[in-house]
Design a protein around this ligand. Structure first.
Ligand code: SAM
Length: 263
């Protein structure tokens, strides 16, 4: 937004809320087949959305699959406060905290972990929790970034530098961007069969995606470089959006599991 004193800055919370919303809108319909291909999804009625952020993605799921009830767990109180705007009138209960804050006897028949396992401090403890709090035959779907599929035309040096810094921050927190490869053997020892792993590329040439991609990239850039964006970045993104030959692609990797033994 531009006023007499130039573009108005947004708070980090506003920017992050938008980032999660644009990211969900960009991929949701392309990710729905991953749910449909997960054996338990069709009959699951009690779904945990782990690390649900602002619950925008949970809301898209609840809209598309009104037969299910969702428990959205999110430790960041700023995001759960924002979730209030998205969850009504859907079947979504939001828990501000971690799985440790859920009732001791709770049992889910499906768990979704979307873009979250690489942020979790104690991954093995969390996977143990899944084993104890899922019904026999429960499904687990893990969705995460596939950095190998990232591509832009032309290159966006300023935006990409921010991305590299973000990855370094995740690594410094003990995170792991290739988390799915790590999770597969860990789930096997907890009684979950790994059913399949699939990849998906989200490309700005897909209908209606280029504008959303620009909005998403602007939010990523504002998180990395501050809001309002420095003019150099605004110019970089503006040129990208006007160039008919430009594109951006990012990758998603999905892994599906089924609980085959009792904990
Ligand atoms: C990139 S966001 C993904 C949000 C949402 N799943 C989505 O796809 O839009 C990752 C979220 O995981 C949350 N998170 C980090 N550690 C967690 C933990 N131990 N348990 C639950 N959520 C966690 C963060 O607070 C953050 O909101």
């Amino acid at each position: 937004m531009t006023g007499p004193e130039g573009p108005r800055g947004r708070s980090r919370d506003e920017v992050y809320d938008d980032l999660l919303r644009f990211q969900a809108e960009l991929s949701f319909d392309l990710e729905v087949p991953f749910f449909r291909l997960s054996p338990k999804w069709g009959t699951a009625s009690n779904v945990l959305d782990l690390g649900a952020g602002n619950c925008y993605y949970t809301r898209l799921l609840a809209q598309r699959f009104p037969d299910k009830r969702f428990v959205a767990v999110e430790p960041d109180g700023t995001l759960t406060a924002r979730a209030a705007a998205w969850i009504r009138p859907y079947h979504i209960d939001v828990v501000s905290g971690t799985v440790a804050d859920l009732p001791r006897e709770i049992l889910f028949d499906f768990v979704l972990a979307r873009h979250v396992l690489s942020y979790v401090d104690d991954l093995e403890e969390l996977l143990d929790w899944f084993a104890y709090h899922t019904a026999e035959d429960a499904g687990l779907l893990v969705l995460d970034a596939d950095d190998g599929a990232f591509a832009t035309q032309p290159r966006l040096p300023l935006l990409e530098r921010g991305n590299e810094e973000f990855k370094a921050q995740v690594d410094a927190r003990g995170g792991d961007r290739g988390v799915i490869d790590r999770v597969i053997p860990l789930m096997a020892t907890r009684g979950f069969a790994h059913l399949w792993t699939r990849q998906l590329a989200v490309h700005s040439d897909i209908r209606d995606r280029k504008y959303l991609m620009l909005m998403f990239m602007t939010s990523v850039a504002e998180l990395d470089h501050g809001s309002p964006l420095p003019a150099t970045l605004r110019i970089e993104l503006d040129q990208w959006s006007r160039d008919p030959k430009s594109f951006l692609q990012y990758g998603i990797v999905a892994a599906s599991f089924r609980r085959i033994t009792k904990a």
